[in-house]
Design a binder for this molecule. Structure first.
Ligand SMILES: Nc1ncnc2c1ncn2[C@@H]1O[C@H](COP(=O)(O)OP(=O)(O)O)[C@@H](O)[C@H]1O
Ligand SMILES: [Mg+2]
Length: 317
């Protein structure tokens, strides 16, 4: 891996009451990326995050932050963790700045420049002297992010930070978090149950379902993937019926739909096979108007397929 793993989780297990909640969770999150921790409600996201930030103990497994084991080296590990698990506590009758100063004092931070810095990072500079009671939910959430960043952690971990925000608020938070990861080099981990929100925000996502990791994917992998390893092409010809009879290739299925041909081919050799299909059609005397790869599945469908299958093998395509 090019970038350093800021958060490393290996073989994490947790039982709460009599319920085995987390099963051998593995996850590596890097400095400089926004990592989406994605899974349906009840998947185990909050439990995992609480363990990472030191609010819950673990049963077995290893977690390190910047190379520091969170049990054996709790303090240096936690010095690198900034997190929001429940709604950040803010005094509504104080201004944004007063809240941050109060918090900084509690943390023993006296550097006033740092407060201005974090306020800039979350884009609250022009509202920071207003009372928090006047803030929108999105602004409060960003103030919480500023607070979590005051001690310069390398890991910022946020549990469902977009919950309750309107689209504008989500966009502002998204821009802020991307900036913090991409420009400041922080490892930003954001949990969510909504693929649609992760799509624009994250560089990679780790998908969890039923307390098990299904896999970790770059956004590109998810967007370009073909579940079941097949790619679909739509071919427009002058005579679909005739064209169907011309294509006879192994592992390739052909059907007619709205006067077009729908050709399904194995994704690992799709270019070669589609070239062969086209050659057969032309040689057989069919006229080809257009050939295009069918739109990939919507990411939401990909997510649902991956999580419904439950125990994935971590493989796509
Ligand atoms: N204190 C607890 N005792 C027993 N089960 C719990 C406790 N807290 C959470 N759970 C269960 O653990 C599972 C994972 O919960 P959680 O980590 O909150 O999931 P998520 O954040 O992904 O929605 C759920 O089935 C939930 O009901
Ligand atoms: Mg949760």
């Amino acid at each position: 891996m090019d970038k350093e793993a800021v958060l490393s989780i290996k073989g994490l297990n947790k039982t709460l009451g009599k319920k085995h909640i987390l099963h051998d969770i593995d996850m590596q999150c890097l400095g400089g990326e926004v990592f989406g921790f994605l899974g349906p409600n009840g998947a185990g996201k909050t439990t995992t995050i609480k363990i990472v930030v030191g609010l819950l103990s673990l049963d077995s497994g290893e977690i390190s932050v910047c190379g520091h084991d969170i049990i054996k080296e709790f303090e240096p590990a936690m010095a690198n963790v900034g997190g929001i698990v429940e709604n950040p506590e803010m005094y509504k009758y104080l201004t944004g700045r007063e809240n941050l100063m109060q918090y900084a004092r509690m943390r023993g931070i006296t550097d006033e420049k740092r407060i201005a810095e974090v306020v800039g990072m979350v884009r609250l500079s022009n509202r920071i002297n207003e009372k928090v009671s006047k803030y929108s939910l999105g602004m409060r959430q960003r103030l919480g992010v500023a607070q979590a960043l005051i001690h310069r952690p390398r890991l910022l971990i946020l549990d469902e930070p977009t919950n309750g925000l309107d689209p504008q608020g989500i966009k502002e938070l998204r821009d802020v978090l991307k900036h913090i990861a991409h420009e400041e080099g922080v490892c930003v981990v954001v949990s969510s149950h909504l693929m649609s929100e992760m799509e624009l925000m994250c560089d990679r996502v780790g998908i969890i379902s039923g307390g098990k990791m299904i896999g970790t994917y770059s956004m590109e992998q998810l967007i370009n993937q073909n579940i079941g390893g097949m790619a679909e092409y739509v071919i427009e010809t002058d005579n679909a019926e005739k064209a169907v009879s011309l294509i006879d290739l192994p592992d390739t299925t052909v059907k007619q739909e709205d006067g077009n041909l729908i050709v399904r081919v194995p994704a690992d050799a799709e270019r070669e096979i589609i070239a062969a299909v086209n050659a057969k059609l032309v040689r057989g005397g069919a006229s080809l108007y257009t050939v295009h790869r069918k739109d990939n599945k919507k990411l939401e469908d990909v997510f649902i397929t991956l999580t419904e299958n439950g125990e994935g093998d971590g493989q796509i395509g």
